[in-house]
Design a protein around this ligand. Structure first.
Ligand code: ADP
Ligand code: MG
Length: 340
């Protein structure tokens, strides 16, 4: 075969393979966009586990009519403009590929209005074809509707699981987001019925949200951690060793408000617990690591849940020492039941 450039829609569908695994990944990307737009409230409506419909509405800053088509075209972003911006990126998004990827594998519509606009405009994308913007009623903010995910990619559609399973994945993502952004109100409906609501809380992570998200038992055993040093800050909640799990299902780790998975940090946590917890049991925690964005590379994977610390050893040791000294207090008998 001759070498030929791929058509745009196909390029987007290929990228979608990495960014859009299932409805939960769509919800994640769209809610992250809402948060990057400064939303105070995000409404999430789902049908059939998100496979039939995902509709995310926010009250954020919106998109200009003439930029709607750009928003759904590849590598177009308002979040970075240079390598320097990339190296210090503070937003959740920056790659400019979520919307075009999602739009290429669904029936897609985005409606948006900025404060200064007289009315909102919408564009529709169907299987990659972008229609011109039309006026539509909508308050300030943005609504993205994603229907029939993977309708045009049968190979992918086949991998969608039962409605309940897909919904479960979405809930898991939302829990992660809810913990990191307690100021933001989140409302979820599923098949037309209210399903979940997180009220916006004023403080960073109120006990209410912790309680709701991880359950009363976690909250009862949680101890607060907050430590700074070497330009790093680690804060959040860790469970006293008496509360432990069979699996790693209650381990929430964030780096600069982004939910991440990191083997080195997970190892540091495990090591800190190793003296105070039975072998094979898993600790529970919600931990926020904060550092200068220039000290961490978030551009490692398209789905952005991995990062690379410029000084990984330092981060590992900082996390280990912080938690070890917090846990030493429980060993000294602070809660009376931690000794094993
Ligand atoms: P990225 O988030 O990496 O920039 P996306 O494809 O997710 O890429 O979005 C492209 C652009 O569309 C964003 O940079 C932003 O300017 C705009 N955008 C997307 N969603 C929203 C939203 N909910 N509110 C305001 N602007 C949005
Ligand atoms: Mg984005």
């Amino acid at each position: 075969m001759q070498i030929r450039p791929l058509p745009d829609t196909l390029i987007n569908q290929i990228a979608a393979g990495e960014v859009v695994e299932r409805p939960a990944s769509v919800v994640k990307e769209l809610v992250e966009n809402a948060l990057d737009a400064g939303a105070g409230r995000v409404d999430i409506d789902l049908e059939e586990g998100g496979t039939r419909l995902i509709r995310i509405r926010d009250d954020g800053r919106g998109i200009a009519r003439d930029e709607l088509a750009l928003a759904v075209s590849r590598h177009a972003t308002s979040k970075i403009a240079s390598l320097e911006d990339l190296e210090g990126v503070g937003t959740l998004g920056f790659r400019g590929e979520a919307l075009p990827s999602i739009a290429s594998v669904s029936r897609f519509r985005i409606t948006s209005r900025r404060e200064e606009d007289e009315h909102a405009h919408a564009i529709e994308v169907d299987g990659g074809r972008v229609a011109p913007p039309v006026p539509r009623p909508h308050p300030r903010g943005t609504t993205v509707e994603v229907r029939d995910l993977f309708y045009n990619v049968p190979a992918r559609r086949k991998f969608l699981r039962a409605e309940r399973t897909e919904f479960g994945h979405i809930e898991e993502w939302l829990r992660q987001l809810a913990l990191a952004r307690p100021q933001v109100e989140l409302r979820v409906t599923h098949n037309g019925k209210p399903s979940r609501r997180w009220k916006g809380e004023a403080d960073l992570l109120s006990d209410v949200r912790l309680h709701e998200t991880l359950g009363p038992e976690f909250a009862r055993h949680a101890m607060r951690v907050d430590h700074e040093g070497a330009g790093l800050r680690l804060h959040g909640w860790i469970a006293r060793p008496a509360y432990n799990r069979a699996s790693a299902d209650q381990q929430y780790l964030y780096c600069n408000s982004r939910a991440i998975r990191d083997r080195s940090v997970a190892h540091a946590v495990k090591l800190a617990y190793s003296d105070v917890m039975y072998h094979g049991r898993q600790p529970a925690y919600v931990l926020f690591l904060e550092l200068d964005p220039r000290r961490v590379d978030v551009n490692v994977h398209p789905a952005k849940h991995e990062v690379r610390f410029r000084d990984s050893r330092l981060v590992h040791d900082f996390v280990y020492r912080t938690l070890q000294s917090a846990l030493a207090e429980t060993r000294a008998g602070a809660d009376g039941q931690a000794g094993q």
